[in-house]
Write a protein that binds this ligand. Structure first.
Ligand code: GTQ
Length: 349
C-alpha cells in the first residue's frame, strides 16, 4: 500500500491522539454539540416537596447553629448537575433556617441574592443596616456587595428560599466576599425606611437630603400583602393570559427593569380550573408554590404541586400549568442577564 495516500479512517484518530497532549482538538468532531439549533439544557425538571426538605432542615437545625454554619442552608441541587450546587446551570437555590434567637452573621459578596419567605414571621434581613421585617411570601433582595445579616427575634423557626446567581459569578470568576468584624451591621435606618421612600411609586423629592440607599437599587422589600393584592385585583376583572395566567414582574423603581442585574422575579396567578397553553423560554426558572394545588407539565413530565414546593423548569422546556384550585406561583430566573446579553427568547404555542 502506498504510504503517501491519505487514509482518514486511520490517520485522523492518530492526528487527534498526537494533538491532544498539545491541547489542540478538532472542532468538527464537537461542533454540533457546541452550536446547537435550540437550547439543550443540562438540567432536569425537578421538584422538592417542602414537607420533606423541612424535616431535613430542622434536623440540621438541631445539630449546627446558624452562627456556626454562617448560613444554615440546604442546597436544592439539580440531579443532572451533581456536585455543582446549582438548581439550573446559572442559578442557585437553597432553603435557609433561622431558629428563634439566632443570627446569621453580617457579610457581603459579589453574588446577588433574593429571599422568598416560606415560613415564620417577624425575623429580619438587614441590608446595609436597615432591617426588612419578613412575613410569609415576602420578597427581600440583597443585591451584590451590600452588607447583610439575618436574625430571628420571633418565637418560631423562620425558613426562606435563597435564590442567588452563584453559578454566574463562578462562571465569570468574579467572586469576592468578606465578613464584617461585628455579627450585625449597626442600624442605619428604621425598619421599613426604604419601602416608605420608594415602595409605593414615590421617591424622595428632588432637593431632599441625599438618598441613603444606592441610587441604582433603592428598594429591597416587596411585601406579600402588596403583590398579592395586585394579582387579586387583576384576577377580579381581566381574562388570564393563555400562556402565563395573571402575571406581574417585580421591578426596580430606579429604572423599571428587573429587580437585580442578573436575576428577574415575577408572580403569577391561575384561576381555579385554568390550564395554560404550552410555552418555552430560554430562562430556566425556579418556581415556588405560594398557594393552591395543581400540576406542572414540564416537557411532558408531570409534577403535582403543593404549597411551598419548589420546582425547576429548565431552559427551553415546554411548561404547561394546570390549576386545580386558584394557584399562585413565585418564580425567578436569569432573564435579567440574558436580556442584557441579547440572548433571551420565548415561544408560545
Ligand atoms: O445569605 O448570604 O443560601 O452567601 C448561599 C450563600 C445564602 C447568604 C446562601 C450565601 C447566602
Amino acid at each position: 500500500m502506498d504510504t503517501n495516500t491519505p487514509n482518514p479512517t486511520a490517520d485522523l484518530p492518530r492526528l487527534y491522539a498526537e494533538m491532544a497532549p498539545h491541547n489542540l482538538f478538532p472542532l468538527w468532531e464537537v461542533l454540533h454539540g457546541l452550536v446547537t439549533p435550540t437550547p439543550r439544557s443540562a438540567a432536569a425538571p425537578v421538584l422538592w416537596r417542602y414537607a420533606e426538605a423541612r424535616d431535613f432542615l430542622m434536623r440540621a437545625g438541631a445539630l449546627i447553629s446558624a452562627e456556626q454554619a454562617e448560613r444554615r442552608v440546604l442546597i436544592l441541587e439539580n440531579p443532572q448537575l451533581p456536585a455543582s450546587s446549582c438548581a439550573t446551570p446559572s442559578l442557585y437555590a437553597g432553603l435557609q433556617l433561622i431558629l428563634p434567637g439566632e443570627v446569621a452573621p453580617c457579610h457581603r459578596h459579589t453574588q446577588c441574592a433574593l429571599r422568598f419567605v416560606l415560613e415564620g414571621s417577624g425575623a429580619f434581613t438587614a441590608l446595609d443596616g436597615e432591617k426588612a421585617v419578613m412575613r410569609p411570601f415576602d420578597l427581600v433582595l440583597t443585591p451584590n456587595w451590600q452588607w447583610h445579616d439575618h436574625g430571628n427575634t420571633s418565637d418560631a423557626p423562620m425558613i426562606w428560599l435563597d435564590g442567588l446567581d452563584i453559578p454566574m459569578v463562578r462562571f465569570f470568576e468574579t467572586s469576592f466576599a468578606e465578613r464584617l468584624p461585628d455579627m450585625a451591621h449597626a442600624e442605619t435606618a428604621p425598619p421599613g425606611d426604604s419601602l416608605a421612600r420608594y415602595g409605593r411609586n414615590l421617591r424622595p423629592f428632588a432637593g431632599s437630603p441625599a438618598a441613603r440607599r444606592p441610587a441604582s437599587l433603592p428598594l429591597f422589600h416587596y411585601p406579600f400583602a402588596e403583590w398579592r393584592a395586585s394579582l387579586s385585583a387583576l384576577a377580579a376583572h381581566d381574562a388570564p393570559d393563555p400562556h402565563l395566567g395573571h402575571a406581574l414582574e417585580f421591578t426596580n423603581p430606579a429604572d423599571g427593569g428587573p429587580v437585580m442585574p442578573t436575576i428577574a422575579a415575577h408572580v403569577r396567578l391561575l384561576p381555579a380550573g385554568f390550564t395554560t397553553r404550552p410555552r418555552q423560554a430560554t430562562d430556566g426558572t425556579i418556581f415556588v408554590v405560594v398557594s393552591g394545588r395543581g400540576t406542572a407539565r414540564i416537557q411532558g413530565q408531570e409534577f403535582a404541586l403543593m404549597e411551598r414546593d419548589t420546582f425547576v423548569v429548565p431552559s427551553w422546556h415546554l411548561l404547561e400549568l394546570q390549576a386545580e384550585s386558584e394557584l399562585v406561583l413565585f418564580g425567578y430566573s436569569d432573564r435579567a442577564a440574558q436580556a442584557k446579553l441579547g440572548l433571551f427568547r420565548e415561544q408560545a404555542h
